[in-house]
Design a protein around this ligand. Structure first.
Ligand code: NZQ
Ligand code: ZN
Length: 389
């Protein structure tokens, strides 16, 4: 186990009816806030009215910024920064999924910064200050409600880039599993794939003696695998929605990566896909992750055997461990398929004509590698896209 510092400061307010507490919670930080949300699902579900009433009751003034779209855009972030500056706003409340939250995080670091907020995503500057933010989560997927990440798409060149700094972890996250009842099945499944990917990025490591976090990863994966088919069949099953929602936070608040170095190349390879083709991040991961596994499993067959046996209950073939490892990868792919996700690029009509461009962007034209478990260069990434065809 490596040395580590673990800090997960987000206050989690979990359970039925918790959205009613938002006004009182926000009031502790500010009396004038930006209310940021997506394309309107919160109005259709009635959540918007509840939030507005709770804010008004607590005497919190708010200015609204709707329109955070899946794969949130830089232009809206800039608009948010302007609104906050012009109105003296010092707190942001994001209501929605990862896109609204990530967009809020970008606004939060942009407001106190004199330069262009994209500097932080392009790796040209590191933010030192951020407005505090809070979250009401409506989609179990990204873990952004407690993560130190924000992923934004710059329309100028369609670059999708992440910022990872502790100062953007939300102050609080209100998480009522009932708020996820209204998710379309495809969106639920995309969320499941993203949660699993966050765990698997951490699981495939070269760090030795990480038994506790291995087993925490396996337990979290098994919980999601068990509950996903239940919510797809019965979308209003509170117990199963609750398991998935909490798993989504645990998967990405860094507890599962304490003392170990994760991989993260599947995310880098997927982000190029969703930047260009505007697909759901979770769907992209369902395609990329199995392909990545097929490409790298020989690097550490034992770890893939452990994954197959402990997560997918594959019977160990002692004479042919490779067969066991490959069966685990197959079960993952079968699982994604069974919950209605694509597992090949062709299933979502993506051809091979931009593989080189995406590999160039992921590696800065071959000047850097991605991933830690196995460091991948430009050609490796093209090979993985080809395996995912
Ligand atoms: O925009 P609205 O109208 O709200 O609709 C959304 C959107 O169309 C809808 N939705 C959300 N909650 C709903 C609902 N529909 C019905 N009922 C509800 N309760 O779902 C659609 C997708 O929402 P979005 O926020 O885009 O999804 P997700 O949470 O999966 O976020 C994806 C973004 O987060 C990034 C992804 O790359 C992508 O840009 N990620 C962020 C991470 C982080 N900050 O830590 C880590 C991840 O690896 C990921 O990269
Ligand atoms: Zn993800």
């Amino acid at each position: 186990m490596d040395n580590f510092i673990f800090k997960s400061p987000t206050k989690i307010i979990f359970g039925r009816g918790t959205e009613e507490l938002v006004g009182e919670e926000v009031k502790q930080y500010s009396k004038k806030i930006l209310l940021h949300y997506g394309g309107g699902s919160i109005k259709r579900t009635g959540l918007y009215d509840k939030v507005v009433n709770s804010l008004k009751k607590a005497g919190v003034e708010f200015i609204e910024l709707p329109g955070a779209q899946p794969n949130p855009r830089l232009s809206l972030v800039r608009e948010g920064i302007k609104i906050c500056r012009e109105n003296g706003i010092d707190f942001i409340l994001a209501v929605g999924g990862g896109s609204a939250i990530d967009s809020a995080k970008a606004i939060a670091v942009g407001v106190p910064y004199e330069g262009d907020v994209w500097d932080f995503y392009a790796g040209k500057a590191v933010p030192e200050k951020a407005l505090p933010l809070g979250v009401i989560l409506t989609l179990a997927a990204t873990g952004s409600e407690a993560s130190k990440s924000s992923v934004i798409t710059n329309e100028d060149g369609w670059y999708k880039r992440g910022l990872n700094v502790d100062i953007i972890r939300p102050q609080f996250a209100i998480m009522n599993p009932e708020l996820t009842f209204t998710l379309p099945p495809y969106q639920t499944s995309c969320g499941v794939a993203d949660i699993m990917a966050h765990i698997m990025e951490r699981y495939f490591t070269n760090t030795r003696n990480v038994e506790l976090t291995d087993r925490l990863c396996e337990a979290t994966l098994k919980t999601v695998i068990h509950n996903a088919p239940i919510v797809l069949k019965d979308p209003e099953n509170y117990a199963a929605r609750a398991e998935i929602m909490w798993a989504g936070t645990i998967a990405h608040n860094d507890l599962l990566s304490t003392g170990r170095i994760g991989d993260w190349s599947s995310h880098a390879i997927e982000h190029e896909l969703s930047a260009i083709y505007d697909i759901a991040h979770g769907a992209g991961l369902a395609i990329v992750f199995p392909a990545w596994m097929k490409y790298v499993y020989k690097h550490d067959i034992n770890r893939f055997v452990q994954f197959a046996v402990r997560v997918w209950d594959v019977d160990m073939n002692f004479e042919n461990p490779e067969e066991t490892a490959l069966e685990g990868i197959k079960r993952l792919e079968d699982f994604f398929r069974s919950i209605g996700l694509p597992v090949r690029l062709s299933e979502i009509n993506i051809s091979d004509d931009r593989f080189e461009e995406m590999a160039d962007k992921a590696t800065n034209r071959g000047q850097k590698t991605v991933g830690q478990f196995v460091q991948l260069g430009r050609e490796d990434i093209i090979n993985i896209y080809n395996l995912a065809k």
